[in-house]
Ligand binder design. Structure first.
Ligand code: HEM
Length: 210
C-alpha cells in the first residue's frame, strides 16, 4: 500500500473503477427496479419498457463490474480486509456499534482506528463481506436467471421457480438498497462529512481526519 504525506493509498484504481460503475449502476437499478415493481395504470416513475431495458443493460454492467472486484480481490491482498475472524467478532462489532450510537457523539476516539493494516472497522468488515460475497452474487445469479428464464427449474414443490427467483431477487435488491442508505451515512462520518467521499475518488485516506 503506497503512502503519501501520511495518507494511506486505500483505494487503488481498479477498486475506484469497480466502485464507480457499481455505485452508478446500483442507483439506476434501484430506480428502474422500483418502476418495474410498483408501476400500475395510475402510477409510473418512467416508461415501463424503457425501465425494463435499462434494468437489463445496467444489470449486465454491474455483473461485469463485479468481475473487476472479484479478480482484483483475488490477485491483490485486498481480499484480506474482507476476512472475518469468528473469534471475538461479536464483541468487536458490538464495540464499534456502541461507538456509532454513543461514543462518537461524546467525542470519543474510534475503538478501531484505520491504518494500513486495518482498512475497515469490524462492523464495516462484516457488512461489506456479507454484501460483496453473499448479497451481490445472489443478486447477480438470480438476475441472470430472470434474464434467461429457461435456466430456472420449473417448480419447487408447488411454487413456480420463476416466482421464487423473482422473490429472492427483489428481496436482495431491497436489502442492498437499505445497505446503500446506511453506507452513505456511515461514509459521511469523520472530521468532515465529505472526507471519505473524496478518498474513494482520489484513492487516499487521511488517518488523521477520522
Ligand atoms: C452513490 C453510491 C455510493 C457512494 C457515494 C459510496 C461511497 C463510498 C465511500 C466513500 C467509500 C470509502 C469509505 C468506506 O469504506 O466507507 C466506499 C467504499 C466501499 N463501498 Fe461504496 N458507495 C456507494 C455505493 C456502493 C454500493 C452500491 C456498494 C455495494 C453494493 C458499495 C460497496 C462498497 C465497498 C465494498 C467499499 C469498500 C471497497 C474496498 O476498499 O475494498 N458502495 N463507498
Amino acid at each position: 500500500m503506497k503512502e503519501s504525506e501520511n495518507k494511506i493509498y486505500f483505494y487503488p484504481i481498479w477498486i475506484r473503477i469497480w466502485h464507480g460503475l457499481n455505485a452508478i449502476g446500483i442507483l439506476v437499478l434501484i430506480y428502474t427496479g422500483i418502476t418495474m415493481y410498483y408501476s400500475n395504470r395510475g402510477f409510473q416513475l418512467m416508461d415501463f419498457q424503457l425501465a425494463i431495458n435499462m434494468h437489463n443493460i445496467t444489470g449486465i454492467m454491474v455483473g461485469l463490474s463485479y468481475l473487476i472486484f472479484s479478480i482484483g480481490n483475488l490477485r491483490t491482498t485486498n481480499h484480506k480486509h474482507y476476512k472475518v475472524k469468528r473469534i471475538g467478532m461479536f464483541e468487536k462489532v458490538l464495540k464499534q456499534s456502541q461507538y456509532y450510537m454513543v461514543g462518537m457523539f461524546n467525542n470519543q476516539h474510534p475503538p478501531f482506528p484505520l491504518s494500513e493494516k486495518r482498512k475497515f472497522n469490524p462492523l464495516q468488515k462484516l457488512i461489506y463481506s456479507i454484501i460483496m460475497y453473499v448479497f451481490m452474487p445472489g443478486l447477480i445469479i438470480t438476475g441472470i436467471g430472470l434474464l434467461f428464464p429457461e435456466l430456472i427449474i420449473e417448480n419447487v414443490y408447488h411454487l413456480s421457480g420463476i416466482f421464487l427467483t423473482a422473490l429472492l431477487h427483489a428481496s436482495l435488491g431491497f436489502l442492498v438498497s437499505i445497505f446503500l442508505i446506511i453506507h452513505l451515512y456511515v461514509a459521511s462520518i469523520g472530521k468532515h462529512p465529505l472526507e471519505n467521499f473524496k478518498s474513494i475518488l482520489n484513492g487516499y485516506h487521511d488517518p488523521n481526519k477520522h
